[in-house]
Design a protein. Structure first.
Ligand code: FAD
Ligand code: FAD
Lengths: 250, 388
């Protein structure tokens, strides 16, 4: 069984993201980039399935600029077998990414597609679901546990009220939640081996997709700074302020 | 620019994606497996035995050793990144103990018999066995050629008598690459012998009240008629001095890089405090006296980084210059000392309290300025090498 894993290049989660001075975008110049943490969980899950003998090949795909190949290499170092880079300029929207991934799915015919539930740049939480619809596959989103059983897949998903268990027919889409697994570190020997693993580069035209944009970003502004706190004299003053200033109780 | 650990590093065009990838993964490993425990381990005076196999797994222990023994050959830049990232922890004792095989094992790899390599290298690189380097004696460390521990040939064995002190990892070691006197006086009578610590007549005591490096075990070793088969000789008889010397370049480079990283940690902590702390109505960083301290730290750190790069480029070309490397070690210990002092000063009373990396690094200056060749010995060696 072949697993396809999508990974996205985003600002490293340790970096404090800042808006550009002109407010046109977030500052990406000289900022440390990394695999989106949820995508890393997706890679880890696929590699574990491979180690367990359930999956025979792990293919990782990234849609993005040339630099996204760094993240593909990281995924290869974590244990994926080969990479596909769909080279696009700029930052395509979730629907466009989903269409491009659909093109890769058509070519690769994976039984299992694993994506992060969202990426920490746009926090859209859409690509997996859109891909499910386009590829006509069942989907188990926000997975905290998955189990392959013959030609079906059991997905335990995190929902507001607790855990929900789904049974999907393969091929299927899974999007990962934080608690699905704890990704490993890529070891130095594996980082070196990753350099020799195949990485195929393709583009929207080859996949028969025309990348369009439907959304225009008007501006980016940091959240307002929190004003300094004050000490209240007594409970009566606190209640008064909550009622009349903050207007959170009535 | 924020003068933190990363942005205070000068660009190095020798680094490729491979190097950046290793730094990224190693940092993740350290931030999860080491950083959160560094204070506790240092206070406890040891690191957990489980850290070695984990470090082996990620490729830390095997870096620059041949694949046949479970290692990963790599260039000097991978080594530099490794030393920097371990230096960033700001607990030199953890590094000293975890990586002590990097002084004990190379003599075996470079000069030992095949049987010896096959037996000891794989378990050490898996993090399941330990080796130390035993050169220094109670009678002296700088004057290696004058060492007093004797190994007298008796049939197929050597009989060893004497002692070694300040030996890193000595309490845990299964083997010690030991310098012994097999011949006459001076450098020409020194041999290296691999001594197993379960041999009869071997004993050891811990030296556990040190100024710094608390997480590292340091020991005195005693040899009382210890019989060691002559096949345990590392290299040829009376050629031990050469074996010892081949170790020094890489040990000194590793220490210099570690010290530069430690200096950068001190600057990072000083800067972050200088931005936050207000005295006399201004941030510390707005007082000219404090700004100059920080600028001087950066100036000296810059020079050290550039010097490290030049030495590493020479090594990578196969033309290491031992005199330049010896003086690099002095440069690095002086800069570490300067930055530790100035950062402590910026931290004020807070710096005197345990809990910051700067406070610990301040207590690690001397072992770096003395161990692996003291500043005086390094200058002396360099001036001789330069043909003065
Ligand atoms: C924590 C720690 C860990 C160590 N780990 C190891 C280890 O794993 N293995 C090992 O073999 N050793 C180890 N050492 C020992 C270390 O290498 C020695 O301390 C060092 O070589 C200096 O030797 P010494 O302490 O005997 O000082 P000495 O040689 O007695 O020197 C004392 C002082 O005199 C100066 N001096 C000596 N000779 C001259 C001269 N000719 N001209 C000018 N000045 C001179 C020195 O620079 C020094 O300042 C360790 C030391 C420490 C503190
Ligand atoms: C072990 C210990 C015992 C102590 N005991 C006592 C005690 O019994 N009673 C008591 O009252 N205090 C005590 N202290 C506090 C001590 O007096 C203060 O630590 C000291 O006055 C410095 O103040 P600070 O730590 O707040 O540093 P800060 O005032 O925050 O100064 C930090 C650094 O900035 C420098 N700096 C500050 N302002 C300027 C400026 N305008 N220009 C240039 N540089 C500047 C300082 O020189 C220092 O290097 C003790 C401290 C320690 C560590």
């Amino acid at each position: 069984m072949k697993a396809l894993v999508a990974v996205k290049r985003v600002v490293d989660y340790n970096v404090k993201v800042r808006a550009k001075a002109d407010g046109s975008d977030v500052e990406l110049n000289n900022v440390k980039m990394a695999i989106n943490p949820f995508c890393e969980i997706a890679v880890e899950e696929a590699v574990r399935l491979k180690e367990a003998g359930t999956v025979s090949e792990v293919v990782v795909v990234s849609v993005g600029e040339k630099s996204s190949q760094e993240q593909i290499r990281t995924a290869l170092a974590l244990g994926a077998d080969r990479g596909i880079h769909v080279e696009v300029e700029g930052r395509p929207e979730p629907l466009e990414i989903a269409k491009l991934l659909k093109g890769v799915v058509d070519k690769e015919q994976p039984q299992l597609v694993i994506l992060g539930k969202q990426s920490i740049d746009g926090d859209n939480n859409q690509t997996g679901q859109m891909l499910g619809a386009l590829a006509n596959m069942g989907q188990g989103t926000f997975a905290s546990e998955i189990k392959v059983d013959g030609d079906s897949l059991q997905v335990i998903r995190e929902v507001d009220g607790g855990l929900q268990t789904l049974k999907l027919t393969l091929p299927a889409i899974v999007t990962t939640d934080l608690r699905l697994n704890e990704p490993r570190y890529a070891s130095l020997p594996n980082i070196m081996k990753a350099k020799k693993k195949p990485l195929e580069v393709t583009n929207p035209a080859e996949l028969g997709v025309e990348v369009k944009s439907h959304v225009t970003q008007l501006g980016v502004a940091p959240p307002p700074e929190r004003a300094a706190g004050i000490k209240v004299e007594d409970v009566a003053q606190l209640v008064d302020k909550l009622k009349n200033e903050a207007k959170v109780i009535s | 620019m924020s003068l933190d650990f990363d942005s205070a590093q000068l660009p190095n065009p020798n680094l490729t994606d491979l190097h950046h990838a290793w730094r990224e993964q190693l940092r993740r490993f350290i931030d999860v497996e080491i950083m959160p425990y560094a204070d506790d381990w240092d206070e406890a005076g040891e690191i957990p035995i489980g850290l070695w196999p984990k470090a082996a797994e990620v490729g830390l222990l095997g870096l620059s050793y041949p694949e046949v023994y479970g290692g990963t050959p790599g260039d000097v830049w991978l080594g530099q990144i490794t030393a920097e990232e371990l230096g960033r922890v700001g607990a030199g004792g953890i590094n000293a103990s975890l990586m002590v095989h990097n002084i004990g094992l190379p003599p075996i790899i470079n000069w030992g018999s095949q049987t010896m390599k096959d037996e000891i290298a794989p378990p050490i690189l898996r993090g399941e066995a330990w080796i130390s380097l035993g050169i220094t004696e109670p009678g002296g460390g700088s004057d290696v050629a004058n060492l007093q521990t004797t190994a007298v040939r008796d049939g197929d064995d050597y009989v060893v008598n004497g002692s070694k002190t300040y030996i890193t990892g000595g309490m845990r070691a299964n083997w010690v690459s030991t310098a012994v006197r097999t011949g006459g006086e001076g450098a020409g009578g020194v041999s290296m012998l691999l001594i197993p610590t379960d041999a009869e007549g071997f004993s050891r005591t811990p030296l556990n009240r040190k100024q710094g490096w608390w997480a590292s075990d340091t020991a005195t070793l005693y040899f009382d008629n210890v019989r060691v088969p002559a096949t345990q000789l590392i290299g040829e008889e009376n050629q031990g001095f050469r074996v010892i010397m081949t170790n020094f370049n890489s040990e000194r480079m590793g220490m210099a890089i570690h010290m530069e990283a430690a200096a950068r940690v001190c600057m990072e902590e000083a800067v972050s405090w200088a931005r936050e702390r207000k005295t006399f109505g201004k941030r510390l960083g707005d007082h000219q006296v404090i700004r100059h301290k920080i600028a001087m730290m950066k100036q000296k750190i810059n020079a050290t980084q550039a010097y490290i790069r030049v030495c590493n480029e020479s090594i990578e070309r196969g033309e290491p210059n031992p005199a330049d490397i010896a003086l690099l070690k002095v440069q690095a210990s002086e800069v570490m000392e300067f930055c530790a002092r100035e950062a402590m000063q910026v931290l004020g009373g807070l710096g005197f309290m345990r809990g910051s990396r700067t406070e610990r690094i301040y207590r690690e200056v001397r072992v770096n300025a003395i161990g692996g060749g003291s500043e005086e010995i390094m200058r002396d060696l360099a001036s001789r090498q330069y043909g003065l």
